[in-house]
Design a protein around this ligand. Structure first.
Ligand code: DX5
Ligand code: ZN
Length: 219
């Protein structure tokens, strides 16, 4: 099963209700929420109050796929859980012991993901491969929407897909950054299950953009 996970970062923050209603009507399951702290990445975005408000007002419409681009994420696991996050994805590159943080998230009862930046070798997460529900391959440098897709991420997706097929692991493979209807085929063919798109969904007509993504998924 393949899923489109719209990234809220490119939504209209002045009228989120409108944008989220469209996603809901189009049966979008995963809503990708980018949390940035201005330390791990050079940008600041949304946080706990926004997630909490979305959960309260959309109930169980979406799986809140929360991408934590923050240092020391272990400080906030309970807060994100209380806000209604369903998946917490941390970065391999954080300064904390990432395996310990993965265990803490699992202990909290939430689903856990680990993400790697474009310059990080995929072998750096081998220790976590049987612990996580999701692996997020960054196909841009994290921090901003609207950047260009980095091709070398395709090899990482294919490697993770191969590894999963050979060993029967259950993790989902997610890819994030620079993905549009025009290039989504590449990540699908490499083996990605969850495709994040911000600009590709929210720029222009949201409903039409989603339809076009869905057509591609069928092929
Ligand atoms: C970047 C974020 C992405 C971003 C993707 O740091 O992790 O989720 O919103 O945006 P697009 O699809 O515009 O590259
Ligand atoms: Zn993201």
């Amino acid at each position: 099963m393949r899923y489109l996970a719209p990234s809220l970062l490119s939504a209209n923050f002045y009228n989120l209700e409108n944008d989220l209603n469209i996603l809901s009507k189009k049966n979008i399951k995963y809503l990708h929420l980018d949390v940035m702290d201005g330390m791990f990445v050079p940008n600041i975005s949304i946080g706990i109050p926004v997630i909490s408000s979305i959960k309260k007002n959309t109930k169980d419409t979406f799986i809140l796929d929360t991408h934590l681009m923050i240092e020391k994420p272990e400080r906030y696991i309970d807060n994100f859980k209380d806000a209604g996050a369903d998946i917490l994805t941390i970065h391999r590159e954080i300064s904390s012991d990432y395996l310990k943080v993965i265990d803490l998230i699992k202990d909290s009862g939430l689903k856990v993901g680990v993400s790697i930046n474009p310059e990080t070798d995929v072998n750096k997460i081998i220790d976590a491969i049987d612990k996580v529900d999701l692996i997020l391959v960054m196909s841009v440098h994290p921090g901003f929407g609207g950047q260009q897709f980095i091709e070398s991420s395709l090899e990482k997706i294919a490697f993770l897909n191969d590894l999963r097929n050979k060993n029967g692991y259950n993790y989902k493979i997610e890819v994030d950054g620079g993905i549009y209807v025009e290039n989504v085929n590449k990540v699908i063919n490499a083996g990605a299950d969850i495709i994040v798109s911000g600009s590709g969904v929210f720029k222009g007509n949201i409903s039409e953009n989603i339809d076009r993504f869905m057509e591609t998924f069928k092929e």
